[in-house]
Structures are given as C-alpha cells and as structure tokens.
Design a protein around this ligand. Structure first.
Ligand code: ZN
Length: 476
C-alpha cells in the first residue's frame, strides 16, 4: 500500500509544481514587445494611488496594489499592504488606476480609399494598447485571417497589444462591401460559421443585408460552439434578431429599422431611412419602451459606438489622434470634416443626442450597455484615442464618470464571459490596469493622460507605442 501512496504524493507534488509554473508563466516576449515595456518585475507595488475599480463604485483614495505573476494579489489602504522583498515600488501620488479597457466594437482595418479598407492590424494593436485597451473584440473583419493570427501572436508574446476576441469575416447578404463575402443562403451561412470557427475565430458578426433565415442559421451554429453573435443590422429588425437568439446589437439604436413604417421583411430600407425614424423616435413612447423591455428580458447586450457617429456630425470637435495618421489620410478626414460642417441637411445633429438618450434609457432599464469605437465611417476614429473619447461621450450622454468607466471595462468583460479574470480591480484578478495622471472620476478627460498600461502585470509605455507608428498609420 505504501507504493501507491508515495506515488500519489509525487503526483500531487508534480501537479503543485506545474501549477506554480503555470501561474508564474509569462510569455517569452519578442524584442519588439520588449522595446515597449517599462515595468517587468516579479512583484510590482503601486502605492498612494486612487483606485477606480470598474464596478461603478466610488473611487478609493491612497491605495496600494500588489501585482505578482500577472495578478493582483494585494489591495488595500496604503500602509496596510506588505511590500514583498525585491518588489519594484511605484509611488503613484496624484495618479489613478482604472481597469484595462474592455472594448467590443474594434477593427483592425480603416477606410483608406473609396470602398477600400486598409488592413492596419500591426499599428492598430499598438494604438489600442497605448490607449489603455487590454481586451477587445473585433466587431467584424474584412481581411480573413489577420484578426485571428494577431490574437495568437499577441497571446504568444510576439506582438504588443490587447487580448483579442477575433471575429470571423462579416456574415452579410449581397450589396456588401468589396471585402465581404455575400452569403448565398442559410446553408452557406452555416458552413461559414463552421469554417471560421475551425480557423480560430471566436465570435461572429452579422451585417446589414443578412436574411432572417441566414441569421437564424448563424446563431444556431455559433451557439453550438459556445460562441456569441452580434449584428449591425438593417434588413433584419432588432425585434426579429432577438427572436432569432442574437446576443448583441451594435451601434446602440442608430441602425434599428424596427420603426420604419412599411419595412419589408429581409430587405434593408437603407441606413438613412432607418436613421430618420430613430431621430424622430419618442424615447417615452410605447414602441421604444417595448423594444427595450424585449432586449432586457432576453439579455441582449447593446454596444455603444458614439465615437463613429460623432465624427459624422457637423459641429462636433475634431476627434483626437489624427496626428498619428499618414498625412494623406489625415487630410482626407480633415477635408471631409470641413465639407460636413457645411452640411445643413444632415440628420446627425438631431440623431446624435437622440442616440445619447436612447442608450441611457436602455441602461436605466437594466440593459447591459457595452462600448466600442468602430474606426470606420469617414475616418477620424483613431484606435486608442477614440476609446478614451468613447468614455467622454458616455459622460456627455449622462452617465457619471465611474458608470462610463464601468461600461468600458466590467460590462465588456461580462459580455465576453471574461469577468472572472478581467474588467475590474480586485484581488485575484489579472493585473490589467491603466495608470492615468489625474482623477477621471471627476474629470473624465483625464483618461487621455495615460502614464502606463499594465497587461498581465507588465507595464507598457504608451508614448513609445504611439511614437513607433506615428505618421505611418495607414501603411501597416
Ligand atoms: Zn464596425
């Protein structure tokens, strides 16, 4: 009987060793990744820092956080936390930490010409990380494999960037963009989901011309694999998509065609037609309240992407981050901005504030509002910079700063099913933290002043990440 007992003990010891090894494991970083790292130590102690924890709770002043092996292992009032021997201590007096942003409508492509989207993954992942994004979902892909491959390379430490939930190429009907496949029927939709899931995609996005049949097939196949489906819809109404089991709808209520009077099934009446009905919608009316109730009852999340709509709205400030763009791309957007400023017929000056109201109403009714930026439109939504801008716009929409931060962190993590590890600041969670110079719980614009971004306990220098791509975003 002795033998097996000893063997059991050996096995337990080995398991314990493997357990420790797994915990202590950080990826072998490539030289490129290393060049952006400022802080990489087994134990890091952040002292005298204001903690905004991502749950919507009031900030806690003068805190200490202990980070070990990529996790938060100590958190309390400064003075109550032991500094383990050999730890690197950073005095963050005057600074705040918020959780790393978890943003869910990101892209690794950008409009570079008429109907053409340049694949800018290499520079975008750096900009996202510099802006404080440590986890993101790409909300549709127009390249095939790049999102999936970059997600792997980042996980393996070969590239800097956020953890990526990589979507498959868009699932759309005909009349899509040049870089989109046009689904033939529900069977085709099914085989697309199978193929891209096998290729490594971890979520799916339906687009404006999909049919109800195709969307139903997509949802069924994705759910079989435990994956979620979101949609930027038009041909299918929100109510229809909810009935088909969709998990998430993009762009708040901006693209909803539920209120178009003579809407034909499976046909997109045109984005502009839908938008006019939203601009005229009564937020207290029965039709809207019923739709909100349906979304909330069926646990369908809504993604706020106010940033992209702001860049299309005359009279709004010039968006941040344009300086990193290739000069031609910056000029493209600036001339659009000038032309658009003269557009007196635009629906946007009425639509944007209505969007604010409707998204607030959804959240107040108990809906899960999550956030992203959508770097598309006419250009001008620059990754990283726009993630910070999205938080500012949520505050403009009426959320308190800590609520806005929660929408951009814990809510996104909840949707992605990653909230046990990321999305808020707590002992046992992954050390994904953004150190900002100031107090964004009072002045949300302070989220723009990023000093350092911790991902899995490793501190990246935002200035170096941005400098490495500055003036070249548009090439790669
Ligand atoms: Zn998008």
């Amino acid at each position: 009987m002795r033998g097996p007992a000893v063997r059991a003990r050996v096995v337990i010891t080995l398991l314990a060793l493997f357990g420790l090894a797994a915990q202590a494991q950080t990826p072998q970083f490539s030289d490129v990744v290393r060049s952006f790292i400022n802080v990489d130590a087994p134990v890091v102690v952040l002292t005298h820092v204001r903690v905004i924890d991502g749950t919507g709770a009031a900030p806690r002043e003068n805190q200490t956080l202990v980070l070990r092996d990529g996790n938060i292992v100590g958190f309390g009032d400064t003075g109550t936390q032991a500094h383990p021997q050999g730890s690197t201590v950073l005095d963050l007096t005057g600074r705040s930490v918020i959780p790393g942003l978890v943003m869910v409508h990101e892209h690794l492509y950008y409009p570079t010409g008429p109907g053409v989207y340049g694949q800018l993954g290499e520079s975008f992942v750096r900009l996202y990380l510099a802006g404080g994004v440590t986890t993101m979902r790409t909300g549709g892909n127009a390249n095939g494999v790049m999102d999936i491959e970059l997600a792997r390379q980042i996980e393996d430490g070969k590239q800097p960037g956020p953890a990526i939930d990589a979507t498959a190429p868009y699932l759309n009907g005909p009349q899509g963009m040049l870089q989109m496949h046009a689904l033939r029927d529900a069977e085709d939709a099914r085989s697309q989901v199978k193929y891209w899931a096998d290729m490594g995609a971890t979520s799916f996005k339906a687009y404006m011309n999909i049919t109800r049949d195709e969307l139903g097939a997509v949802v069924e196949e994705a759910h079989k694999r435990g994956m979620k489906v979101t949609g930027h819809l038009c041909s299918v109404t929100y109510a229809e998509a909810i009935d088909l089991g969709i998990d998430n709808l993009e762009h708040g209520f901006f693209p909803a065609t539920d209120f178009v009077p003579d809407k034909k099934p499976d046909v997109c009446p045109g984005q502009a037609v839908g938008q006019r009905t939203i601009a005229a919608l009564d937020p207290n009316g029965r039709a809207f309240r019923n739709l909100v109730k349906k979304l909330v009852d069926r646990h369908v999340a809504l993604t706020s992407t106010l940033t992209v709509f702001e860049t299309l709205t005359p009279g709004r400030p010039m968006p941040p981050g344009l300086d990193v763009l290739l000069p031609e791309l910056r000029q493209n957007f600036e001339s659009f901005y000038e032309r658009n400023a003269q557009n007196t017929k635009s629906v946007m000056p009425a639509l944007l504030p209505k969007g604010f109201l409707l998204e607030r109403a959804f959240a107040q009714a108990g809906g899960l509002l999550i956030a992203g930026t959508d770097p598309t439109g006419a250009g001008g939504v620059v990754p990283g910079f726009s993630n910070q801008r999205q938080l500012e716009l949520l505050v403009e929409a009426g959320f308190s700063p800590v609520e806005a931060i929660k929408i951009g962190t814990l809510n996104g993590a909840k949707y992605l099913g990653r909230d046990a590890r990321v999305g808020s600041i707590a002992i046992g969670k992954q050390a994904d933290l953004v150190v900002v110079n100031g107090d964004p719980s009072r002045t949300i614009a302070d989220v723009r002043k990023v000093d350092l971004v911790f991902k899995q306990g490793v501190g990246y220098d935002p200035a170096r990440l941005i400098a490495s791509v500055s003036g070249k975003v548009g090439l790669w």
